[in-house]
Write a protein that binds this ligand. Structure first.
Ligand code: GDP
Ligand code: MG
Length: 198
């Protein structure tokens, strides 16, 4: 039985005015393009094709909202750090992201998706610093952990935990093997239960 059998797509926002009202509670997913964000959302919600996955990253600059329960949402943010995107696209990413993160009171927490083979990169660290500034809770998924040998995965987890700093939680995750799936679901539920609106 899926954890979120009732999960459904709500809207794609290309501009801040299209964001859903700041009410109820949300968990957002961010990360580099191709880090495994959409795949993680699908796995956590137990829905194969809910969030679209792609082998040609960096195209979509949309904020996708999904309902996962009454007044509970998951938000798939546009990926970042894709070297080939034009400056105008980068500026759009920044504008959309600022509009979303600054003052989003219903945001219970952010899932930051990181490719476990790469570990935390410069832009991930900038995101972490920004979220700390804004007071948003962050949980890191070291995704595609199935691509690493056990000792590499252990090292990756230790390095990311050290690099992420205090207050940030970190775990290994694989949508393909289900490794870390129940821990990720538990973390998401906890985040959805805490909001600055109540
Ligand atoms: N081996 C493996 N590949 C994955 C996993 N998660 C995602 N991928 C692959 O990584 C690529 C990018 O995934 P996607 O979810 O579209 O990334 P996004 O751009 O961050 O949303 C796709 O080819 C996925 O099949 C995983 O857990 N294990
Ligand atoms: Mg995606």
């Amino acid at each position: 039985m899926s954890a979120h059998a009732e999960a459904r797509f709500l809207i794609s926002a290309a501009r801040a005015e299209q964001f859903l009202p700041d009410e109820g509670s949300e968990v957002a997913f961010a990360g580099r393009s191709n880090s495994g964000k959409s795949t993680a959302i699908n796995a956590i919600l137990g829905r194969r094709q809910l969030a679209r996955t792609s082998k040609t990253p960096g195209r979509t600059q949309l904020v996708n909202f999904f309902a996962v329960g009454p007044r509970r949402r998951v938000v798939d943010l546009p990926g970042y750090g894709f070297a080939r995107v034009a400056p105008a696209v980068q500026a759009h990413w920044k504008e959309l992201s600022e509009s979303y993160f600054i003052g989003r009171r219903c945001l219970g927490g952010l899932f930051l998706i990181v490719d476990a083979r790469r570990g935390l990169m410069e832009f991930d660290l900038q995101m972490l610093a920004w979220m700390a500034d804004l007071g948003h809770t962050v949980h890191i998924l070291l995704a595609k952990a199935d691509k690493l040998k056990r000792e590499e995965a252990t090292k990756c987890l230790a390095a990311a935990t050290a690099g992420a700093g205090t207050g940030v939680t970190v775990q290994l995750f694989s949508a393909h093997t289900g490794d870390g799936l129940s821990a990720a679901r538990d973390r998401m539920q906890a985040m959805l239960g805490r909001t600055r609106l109540r």
